[in-house]
Design a protein around this ligand. Structure first.
Ligand SMILES: C[S@@+](CC[C@H](N)C(=O)[O-])C[C@H]1O[C@@H](n2cnc3c(N)ncnc32)[C@H](O)[C@@H]1O
Length: 245
């Protein structure tokens, strides 16, 4: 089967995403605030955590801002993304571990297993690039790497229930990216932003699953307190906790 996700290994998509798209994700700051709130509510000191499909490390940086002494492990299969993450976190101590690893293969965890058990594992807009079976298997691997009471939180692009809802979601994305562009003095029209969004090179790499179904997978694996903690159309923050033994 042809893999579409490898588009993320190209420097030009990485540049566009980091500079022109990530900051325009609707409710992006709210999603991170919800992620941090749920982590804090767990009551477990975050001493070790992982960010899977870390990109430039947006989520890892947010966790480290709240838990600066935590040991972070950042995993991504894109060298240009890792370069961005390394640049962003080069001065942080303790030095994060940067792992170039492919989440489509179970072997990704070999390079972080010595840091386990993790108090938290987060992921942002990455796991939806995997086939559904592989998503589910990865959630199992995450469960195994967590400490009792440890939390998994996925800030994720999920499937719309109908085509009409998908179109409403797309309009929200376009408005938000256009507004981000405009605020930074950009001169593209909304139509240009919309055209770029519709024809974005990473679109074919999205394999979206409904959030309810994914929460069901987490429960089946053994996670507790599973919920969708935030949702705006196709943007969700969901996850669960490994039970205390
Ligand atoms: C949309 S970006 C999100 C980046 C970052 N987590 C964020 O929230 O800004 C998706 C990221 O997932 C990574 N990714 C996609 N498929 C992957 C895979 N099979 N293994 C590891 N990383 C992957 C890409 O390289 C990219 O950095």
């Amino acid at each position: 089967m042809d893999r579409q996700d490898v588009v993320w290994q190209g420097a030009s998509l990485v540049r566009t995403f980091v500079n022109e798209v990530r900051g325009g994700v609707p409710y992006g700051a709210d999603q991170i605030a919800v992620m941090l709130r749920v982590l804090d509510a767990c009551g477990l000191p975050v001493q070790r955590f992982a960010d899977l499909g870390c990109g430039s490390g947006v989520l890892a940086r947010a966790v480290l801002a709240s838990h600066p002494t935590a040991q972070a492990a950042l995993v991504d299969f894109s060298e240009p993304m890792m370069t961005e993450a390394r640049r962003e976190l080069s001065n942080h101590r303790p030095a994060p571990r940067f792992v170039v690893g492919d989440l489509a293969q179970p072997a990704w965890s070999d390079a972080v297993r010595d840091l386990a058990p993790f108090d938290a594992i987060v992921s942002g807009y990455a796991i939806h690039h995997l086939q559904h079976e592989r998503k589910r298997a990865l959630y199992g691997e995450i469960f195994d790497l967590l400490a009792p009471g440890g939390m998994f939180l996925n800030v994720e692009h999920v499937a719309s229930v109908t085509a009409w809802i998908e179109s409403v979601s797309d309009e929200l994305m376009i408005d938000s990216i256009f507004e981000f562009h405009r605020q930074r003095g950009g001169e593209k029209s909304r139509q240009q932003v919309a055209d770029e969004f519709v024809h974005r090179p990473d679109k074919a790499a999205n394999i979206l699953a409904p959030v309810e179904e994914q929460c069901g997978w987490l429960r089946g694996i053994g996670f507790v307190d599973v919920d969708c903690f935030f949702k705006a159309f196709e943007l969700a923050v969901f996850g669960g906790r490994k039970p205390q033994v």
